[in-house]
Design a protein around this ligand. Sequence first.
Ligand SMILES: NC(=O)c1ccc[n+]([C@@H]2O[C@H](COP(=O)([O-])OP(=O)(O)OC[C@H]3O[C@@H](n4cnc5c(N)ncnc54)[C@H](OP(=O)(O)O)[C@@H]3O)[C@@H](O)[C@H]2O)c1
Length: 295
Amino acid sequence: MRIAIVGATGQLGSELLSLWGDRAVGLSRDQLDLTRPEGLEEVLESSRAELVVNAAAYNHVDRAEAESLAALEVNSQGPRQLARACARRGVKLVHVSSDFVFGTDTSRQVPYLETDPTGPLGAYGVSKLGGELFVRSGCPGHLVVRTCGLYGHAARQRDGGGNFVETMLRLADSGRPIRVVDDQRCTPTSTTVLAAAIDRLVQADCVGLYHATCTGSATWYEFARAIFGLSGREVDVEPITAAEFGAAAQRPGYSVLDCSRLTSDTGYQPPDWNTALAAYLLTRDECPNTDQPGD
Ligand SMILES: NC(=O)c1ccc[n+]([C@@H]2O[C@H](COP(=O)([O-])OP(=O)(O)OC[C@H]3O[C@@H](n4cnc5c(N)ncnc54)[C@H](OP(=O)(O)O)[C@@H]3O)[C@@H](O)[C@H]2O)c1
């Protein structure tokens, strides 16, 4: 099956491209810009794709509060056009969404099922929820996969070296004091695990909404401690509250996703988040690094 990956330069897009090799064609933003739907049909036609994966997104959670239209354009309107184009072509669309579609249930302490009511807290979450709804209603052959706390090697080759693991390692090496939020709990997930889950869902010809993360859960503080421990760094890290951190966007206090539907429909059992993190850190040196230390 020939697969087109939209957002192929991102963390997940790059991972899928290397997993699927010759079967996949990667589309960068230059080749397919979700905010410019006019060229969409032509690009899909020339890719000869039988399956399209949308790994592209506007992922600036805090900035989205001031730029909600930009977030909606990429995360809601773009997937809407993509879903319509895929439906017209009779092509299946895999679309990736986020745990940030949850959050308004502030007393939540058990993992969310796909059937649980959503309730995003911020503009980013609203834009991701919009994308899900447009894909689910616009393309009969859809697969919407929600994930959480994503990190992948490609982040190191992009401006800012942007994922939580790389940010923590950079901060540790800078010797600056580190304060990390300890009252938001989710499941850190590597792109390796998410790509394997998507591959299994595609192979099993699954349709509908699925949760796909590693297993277990951690606060950002616990995740940071594990990053420092597994990478052999001795770092003083102070737990703080989200209120003390003062980010522009409100985030869910608890957004662990229940992935039992993924396992029962595909047989894929994701590893726990500590194991996936250790694998990421072990393979990190094999990947080129264009980070500017101290950025
Ligand atoms: N990162 C997380 O912690 C996290 C958590 C939960 C869910 N997710 C979801 O997981 C999916 C993959 O995330 P990721 O971390 O791999 O993303 P990422 O590394 O930030 O990559 C995003 C990709 O989208 C592309 N893009 C941005 N605007 C675009 C546009 N207008 N048209 C076409 N492409 C555009 C980017 O291109 P450029 O390289 O040109 O900017 C980049 O290739 C996304 O749906 C995201 O919302 C992520």
